[in-house]
Design a protein around this ligand. Structure first.
Ligand SMILES: [Zn+2]
Length: 248
């Protein structure tokens, strides 16, 4: 057992060396927009929101329902650099992660945005993106789901595709819509800042991190039929449609 622990420790330290953190200059975010229907999410609704210990991101779906949003553009929510662009399979399909720097309370902070189940990957690792730049298209995760965007925001830059190694709560994740709404326009103290990259934890142990609430055959609200207009209600641009329906 002791030997096992020692060899595990050794392999982790070797991994750490291989994936040594580096710093690169990136553009500081001048604000954050929505990842679909840019810049305000027009034409889309959130079929599911962020829930700690549950769904760790947001599912964005076209208002026309079904797979009408298949192939629709997905945009970087802010200036940043691509720190992951690959097919992760396992319920994820094509995934892009972009790292952003922003100023808040006189400090430079960092945040990662993740775009999952993409049909097309249109960026590569290390590429600099501007706010609103297309990074891929809405997909089905390789046929697993009705077409939608799974979108996450992480405050912890180590998560990457190793979600199982981290707490599934607000210490690691932002509620995407709330973060974006709170950071639509930002002051930029300078054009660029040095950002850490290659910070992700290695994916170890149990590899199956598909979302339990999104099994094959899961049907998003409105996936078969367009969402019905709400009598007398004027839906907000980025309101959760389900919440609006509950209010009625
Ligand atoms: Zn999702």
């Amino acid at each position: 057992m002791r030997f096992l622990i020692a060899s595990l420790a050794l392999s982790f330290s070797l991994c750490a060396d291989v994936h040594a953190e580096r710093k690169v200059a990136i553009f500081i975010a001048d604000g954050f927009d929505f990842p679909v229907g840019k810049p305000d999410g027009d034409g889309y609704y959130k079929a599911r929101g962020y829930t700690p210990h549950g769904h760790l991101g947001e599912d964005w779906n076209g208002r026309a329902g079904g797979d009408t949003d298949l192939g629709a553009p997905v945009y970087s929510i802010a200036h940043g650099i691509v720190v992951y662009a690959n097919n992760f399979y396992r319920g994820w399909g094509n995934v892009v992660i972009v790292r952003h720097a922003y100023q808040e309370d006189g400090q430079i902070k960092f945040v990662d945005s993740l775009y999952g189940h993409l049909d097309k990957l249109q960026v590569r690792y290390g590429q600099h993106l501007k706010r609103g730049q297309q990074l891929g298209t809405i997909g089905t995760g390789g046929g697993l789901y009705p077409a939608h965007l799974h979108f996450e925001m992480r405050k912890d830059l180590r998560v990457g595709m190793a979600r199982l190694s981290f707490p599934k709560d607000d210490s690691v994740y932002w509620s995407g819509t709330q973060f974006i709404n709170d950071h639509r326009k930002l002051a930029i103290p300078s054009a660029t800042v040095m950002a850490p990259i290659d910070t992700f934890s290695p994916v170890t142990g149990k590899m199956d991190d598909s979302e339990p609430a999104e099994p094959r055959g899961f049907t998003l609200p409105g996936a078969k039929l367009p969402p019905k207009p709400l009598p007398g209600a004027v839906p907000g641009r980025y309101d959760d449609l389900r919440k609006l329906l509950e209010k009625k």
